[in-house]
Design a protein. Structure first.
Length: 307
């Protein structure tokens, strides 16, 4: 991140004390040197917002997501820990409202990058209707445009069901992705990276199944794997774990902690979660109960919304 420092001194805005008299008596060269020293001190001051940690090869950034918008008043505190935030373009799962809409400019001013997310259909919604993928893809693109996200941004389709996907599910995902691309955006998928047993033997994850079925299509992967290990639990390290450590080497983003904790996967790191089973960020008052999911990415803007 580039840091710019500006130092300005206005005699009209400062009390004219003996110290100021001595400052004005200095030669122009001395004044310039003094200002340069002050600028260096200011630049060396610790940042009050989260920076991306340096991984083995390149930086890794920490982000969060949650279904309900945390509230304008909590975003500065969250920015102290996180470089990017999830952002729903549709109603989140299980809701009929979306409080994220219209918050892009405020979040950009706070310095957040984005994970744009659109709620997808589950198998029960697909098995008896014509493929709604094209219509849902166009709806996702319209929502991104309406909130001011530039063309070329990555929109992730939320798919909550794990394991190998059925043919109808894959047809839906790839039709959705094609409609998003035709509208000028790029397509991604949020899905499980946890390997589970198959009936005929072997193991498979939704992420690997879709990746291997993409047939050359561009598809960005936001992989959920909160199984400990490889997940570290509800932690907020300065150098987050790399997305490829999730077990999916093609992952752009790794969601490694969820709220509430899924005990069947995270039994060995339960102590990192709150006693109520949720994951709470360190810079927000505990009494607010602002539970969230924690993510790692190789960029502070995983949806690439910035020019």
């Amino acid at each position: 991140m580039e840091t710019r420092c500006t130092v300005a001194v206005s005699r009209a805005s400062l009390p004219y004390t003996n110290d100021m008299k001595r400052l004005c008596a200095l030669s122009p060269v001395s004044v310039v040197l003094l200002l340069l020293i002050c600028a260096q001190v200011a630049c060396a001051a610790p940042s009050s917002v989260a920076e991306c940690g340096e991984g083995k090869e390149r930086k890794v950034c920490l982000g969060f997501d949650r279904n309900d918008y945390p509230g304008d008043e909590n975003m500065p505190a969250l920015r102290k820990t996180f470089a990017f935030t999830g952002y729903w373009l549709s109603n989140p799962p299980g809701t009929n409202f979306n409080r994220w809409r219209g918050k892009r400019e405020l979040l950009e001013r706070e310095g957040f990058g984005f994970l744009l997310l659109f709620n997808g259909r589950d198998y029960a919604q697909l098995k008896s209707v014509p493929n709604p993928g094209p219509a849902d893809g166009r709806a996702a693109a319209r929502a991104a445009k309406a909130d001011g996200f530039r063309k070329g941004s990555v929109i992730f389709l939320d798919q909550e069901q794990g394991g190998r996907m059925l043919p109808e599910q894959k047809q839906y995902v790839f039709a959705w992705a094609e409609a998003v691309r035709q509208a000028g955006y790029r397509a991604g998928i949020y899905c499980s990276g946890i390997e589970i047993p198959e009936q005929g033997g072997g193991r498979i994850s939704t992420a690997r199944d879709l990746h291997d079925s993409a047939a050359g299509r561009e598809l960005f992967f936001w992989v959920a794997n909160d199984a400990c290990p490889p997940a570290p639990g509800c932690v907020f390290p300065k150098t987050p774990p790399a997305p490829e450590s999730s077990g999916a080497p093609f992952a752009e983003v790794w969601q490694f902690a969820q709220s509430p904790v899924r005990r069947q996967f995270s039994a060995t790191c339960l102590k990192s979660y709150n006693q109520d089973g949720n994951c709470y960020p360190p810079a927000v008052a505990p009494g607010l109960k602002l539970h969230l999911d924690v993510n790692a990415a190789r960029t502070s803007d995983p949806s690439h919304t910035r020019p």
